[in-house]
Design a protein. Structure first.
Length: 718
């Protein structure tokens, strides 16, 4: 095919795409049966036309050209009859009814929409196949429908016009779409262009994988922040974004399968699904503005679906980025036992593959980098909203720790320092890792493991477990961003989360913590004796302590993260299943860290107890301690300081070794400029917090709550 032919084909494809976009617009605006008939007629004409071209290009010859012209002309002619019938019927009715005549409305709007969607999908599919054949490519000789679908859809002739058609449709219907959904729709349409399976060219695969991932990350960040600022969602919006994230999950899985196995069918199916949900939604744009909106925080199943779909998409996106950007380290690195043999072997191998794939990807360079960008962006939004300087600094340190310990050390520094070390090798103390389980326990590691726990213990005694659980660990970056932090409401509303509320170490908590610590001790000895040759044990083919580490932080953590709507936020802390957190919590109990109030009296008269609503680990009993003792200690408190921000009187502060030193020096614990006196009635969190106040529309960034203070200090009553 020469340049002129290519240009001509491109121009035809673009014109057809834009005409399809106009059909979509007319379809969305059609209200009467006749207008719906015209839309379906035009869609059918497009199909008939492209089908004729398909007949010709599938076997080009003069006879097939004649045959193609006959078939498409006949199809077009026949399609006129139903339309003419519709018009004649309406005209007859108009004559009968005279002045009272009103055009017949579309009765089954949903079926009309689905028919238009099916026509568009068929049209685009035929276009993909026909233009591929016209550009000189051969049709797949084997593989049946699966190969044909991949051949038609994973082609520039399908994806590029489709993307233009979707963007054009969103622009044409912009006045019908609320801005949030319009932005998401245009971004998802752009994503169609960035489909790696369009070409085998390595530069294209690299470029489209990276840029496509960046666009998808942008969509997820936008969506998460949107639902943070719009707590009430209309059903059309919530169903749409759920379906979209589900399709993104399939698409990323398809991309991974294509990159590793060269099979493009799953990706193609995801593209067809994405296109279908887009057109189905945009053909009824007014639904996005319909009431009643419902609070998504009261819909745990929806929130779970959203988190689970986003996680699946990110998991496969991380794996795809790993194999594209670091093929030497990751291509072929994820385990694949054969899915064959008896049912027990088959089940074991499937579980083994799934477990180590999840563990391998979630600890990999690009997955962690991508999650850092995505969840880190939500933390940055949170920092902008935060009113406490100490909390802003903590969150900035938390982001820095994530960048250094989750990505730089394990992925850059160690690989340069120890080029022969296995990918993902962690060194406690120097790099983020949770002590035991970072590697099999051999005597040469004793010192470094010991140092790790010394650091955990000393910092927990001096500053509380927040050094680990709110700064060093990767977990708080995921928990602390605007949207996920909002999910702390599930600590109260979910059945399981509710059982772990409060600072009391319930029997359920004790059981979880007991099993966790017993497992840690057990696997540590097993690992050590295994390394000494005294025992010969492994779990799922891996050293026992390394297995527990991966089970806790690479597999279990993510499963419990997506199930936040059922088990509550910060569940590693609330449920006590993280051994590092448990150890840090125990040392915190012995140290200086506690929450203190400036005035017990203020807490006694406080009716809103907003501090408990701000707490992401559900320490609902703290006001009682403030009222009686003026302070509160709990091994579960991980020092995120949300309660400090939530208290509308500015009555609360975190006290650690620095405050103890000040006291010993005879100076006030908190600087006078940081203390403010309540004046009049306190505003409640729902009236002051940007987070909660934004339930329906949301404030612009930078808006700060304005508690009613007069700037002077209350008397410290201790
Ligand atoms: S409990 Fe464990 S996983 Fe959770 S924040 Fe603390 S150290 Fe991290
Ligand atoms: S919100 Fe403030 S004043 Fe009210 S109980 Fe909590 S710390 Fe005390």
């Amino acid at each position: 095919m020469n340049g002129i032919e290519l240009g001509l084909l491109t121009a035809i494809a673009m014109v057809m795409a834009l005409f399809d976009a106009v059909i979509v617009k007319w379809g969305a605006e059609a209200r009467t049966r006749t207008s719906a008939g015209v839309v379906l007629f035009l869609a059918f004409m497009m199909i008939a036309m492209i089908f004729g071209a398909f007949l010709y290009f599938s076997s080009p010859s003069s006879s097939s050209l004649v045959e193609a012209l006959w078939v498409s002309s006949a199809a077009m002619s026949l399609s006129v009859f139903p339309l003419v019938y519709l018009f004649v019927r309406e005209a007859a009715r108009q004559m009968r009814e005279g002045a009272t005549f009103a055009p017949a409305r579309i009765e089954h709007r949903r079926w009309f929409g689905l028919t238009v969607v099916a026509s568009l999908v068929l049209n685009e599919f035929l276009m993909g196949v026909t233009f591929q054949l016209a550009s000189g490519l051969s049709a797949p000789a084997t593989g049946g429908a699966v190969s044909w679908i991949a051949f038609a859809v994973n082609s520039p002739w399908f994806l590029f016009p489709m993307s233009i058609e979707m963007i054009a449709a969103a622009i044409l219907l912009r006045s019908h779409l609320p801005s949030g959904i319009r932005i998401i729709m245009i971004a998802q349409s752009t994503l169609m262009v960035l489909a790696p399976p369009v070409s085998q060219n390595p530069n294209w695969v690299w470029f489209s994988t990276v840029l496509g991932s960046a666009v998808m990350i942008g969509i997820v960040i936008y969506l998460m922040e949107y639902i943070y600022r719009h707590r009430q969602l209309v059903p059309a919006f919530s169903s749409y974004v759920l379906a979209l994230m589900g399709v993104f999950g399939i698409m990323m899985a398809g991309l991974y399968v294509w990159l590793v196995y060269g099979e493009g069918f799953v990706f193609a199916v995801a593209v067809l699904l994405e296109m279908s949900i887009f057109f189905e939604a945009i053909l009824a744009p007014d639904r996005f503005g319909e009431a009643p909106a419902a609070p998504w925080q009261l819909r745990p199943n929806w929130a779970f679906g959203l988190l689970a779909f986003i996680f699946v998409a990110e998991l496969f996106m991380g794996a795809a980025l790993d194999v594209v950007l670091l093929p030497g380290a990751y291509l072929g690195a994820f385990p694949t036992l054969p899915l064959a043999g008896g049912s027990a072997t088959l089940l074991y191998n499937a579980f083994y593959n799934g477990f180590w794939f999840l563990a391998g990807v979630s600890g990999s360079t690009w997955f962690l980098g991508m999650m850092g960008i995505e969840m880190g962006a939500l933390v940055v939004f949170k920092i902008r909203e935060s009113i406490s300087r100490e909390n802003k600094i903590r969150m900035a340190l938390m982001l820095g720790s994530y960048a250094i310990f989750a990505t730089f050390f394990p992925s850059v520094y160690y690989s340069n320092l120890f080029p022969n070390a296995l990918s993902g090798t962690q060194v406690p103390v120097l790099g983020w890792s949770m002590g035991l389980g970072s590697a099999p326990i051999v005597p040469s590691l004793f010192l470094v493991i010991f140092l790790t726990y010394i650091i955990f213990a000393v910092t927990a005694v001096l500053f509380g477990r927040r050094v680990v659980c709110s700064v060093f660990c990767t977990a708080p970056v995921m928990y602390q961003g605007t949207t996920i932090d909002t999910m702390k409401s599930f600590n109260r509303s979910s059945g399981i989360g509710h059982k772990y509320l409060g600072s009391r170490l319930s029997s359920l908590y004790s059981a979880t913590a007991g099993v966790t610590m017993a497992a840690l001790v057990g696997v540590s000895f097993a690992s050590y004796f295994d390394q000494q040759g005294i025992l010969n044990v492994s779990i799922l083919g891996q050293d026992p302590s390394v297995f527990l580490f991966d089970l806790s932080f690479s597999v279990g953590w993510y499963i419990l993260f997506v199930t936040i709507p059922y088990v509550g936020n910060y569940n590693c802390v609330t449920m006590g299943w993280c051994y590092t957190g448990l150890i840090s919590g125990a040392f915190q109990k012995l140290g200086f860290f506690k929450l203190k109030v400036r005035s017990k009296e203020v807490c006694r008269t406080c009716t809103t107890v907003d501090c408990t609503k701000g707490c992401p680990v559900g320490l609902v009993d703290m006001p009682g301690h403030f009222r009686t003792k003026g302070e509160f200690r709990s091994t579960k408190c991980c020092g995120v300081g949300e309660c400090v921000e939530a208290c509308p009187y500015g009555n609360l502060y975190i006290s650690d070794v620095r405050h103890w030193v000040r006291r010993r020096l005879g100076r006030p614990e908190v600087s006078p400029t940081a203390t403010r006196r309540m004046a009049g009635t306190a505003p409640s969190i729902s009236a002051t917090s940007p987070a909660l106040r934004s339930a329906s529309t949301g404030p612009p960034y930078g808006l700060r709550p304005l508690p009613m203070f007069d700037g002077r200090s209350p008397p410290l009553d201790r």
